[in-house]
Design a protein around this ligand. Structure first.
Ligand code: SF4
Ligand code: FES
Length: 251
């Protein structure tokens, strides 16, 4: 199977989307709501490319566009650039304080926005990655709420969550760095979601290292046969190394 991208015909190896082929070929396509660890979603449309032949002609989000034999794609046509500029103007209005959005917009020659500025005070660009990863983890602690300039990601009823398990996956995928967790004493606070979690102590070294609720969550997910001692990664490595060396001493 072959694909023609920016005038170059390339073989499709094991990629399933046009974005994956472009990335392998070193062709830059901006993305915002895409994460390689999550199923493609196609929310932000920043990754648009133009289908010239071999498929339905027009603009399409490359992160969800399946590769088919004979597809002819342009990643930087005037139509593509125009569409991306409008989307970046929208992102500038949604997340006016985000350095990541500003940098991306500047790269595309966009410095101002004609759209109404979002009322939220944070830097959330509403990409939805945090919501998707939270669902994938199985916590379902957050979602989208409200409309227009009040739209935001928040726990149900815009109230502090009791469902966050403290995995911090939302913070690790957020492209704007807007999701914050802070540790105070033996508590972990998910600032954006109003989460307040107790931290577990390592049963070997006594250090606080992760949220208690995360253990319960993993147990629930893996079933009653799963029993895992609360041991921090450092001690786990040390204990495993000793076990493998045949000098296991648990303390
Ligand atoms: S908090 Fe971050 S990951 Fe979540 S929607 Fe906003 S920008 Fe995306
Ligand atoms: S990165 Fe493809 S739609 Fe957002």
């Amino acid at each position: 199977m072959n694909l023609t991208i920016d005038g170059k015909t390339v073989p499709v190896i094991d990629e399933t989307t046009v974005l994956e082929v472009a990335q392998r070929e070193g062709i830059w396509i901006p993305t915002f709501c895409h994460h390689p660890g999550l199923p493609p979603y196609g929310a932000c449309r920043l990754c648009v490319v133009e289908v010239k032949a071999g498929g339905r002609p027009g603009l399409a989000a490359s992160c969800t566009l399946p590769v088919v034999n004979g597809l002819v794609i342009e990643t930087n046509s005037p139509r593509v650039r125009r569409s991306r500029r409008i989307l970046l103007q929208l992102l500038l209005a949604v997340a006016p304080g985000s350095a990541v959005v500003k940098e991306l917009a500047e790269k595309m020659g966009v410095n101002t926005t004609p759209f109404e500025i979002n009322e939220q005070e944070n830097n959330c660009a509403l990409c939805g990655l945090c919501v998707r990863v939270c669902n994938q983890v199985g916590a379902h602690a957050i979602g989208f709420a409200f409309r227009g300039t009040r739209r935001k990601v928040t726990p149900p009823f815009d109230k502090p969550t009791a469902d966050c398990v403290g995995c911090r996956a939302c913070a690790s995928v957020c492209p704007t760095g807007d999701v914050q967790f802070t540790q105070k004493g033996d508590r972990l606070f998910g600032e954006n979601w109003g989460a307040d979690l107790s931290l577990a102590r390592c049963s070997s070294c006594g250090r606080l290292f992760t949220a208690d609720r995360l253990f319960d969550h993993v147990r629930t997910r893996l079933g009653p046969d799963y029993s895992e001692e609360k041991i921090c990664p450092t001690c786990r490595r040390r204990i495993t190394a000793k076990t493998m060396a045949g000098v296991y001493q648990y303390k």
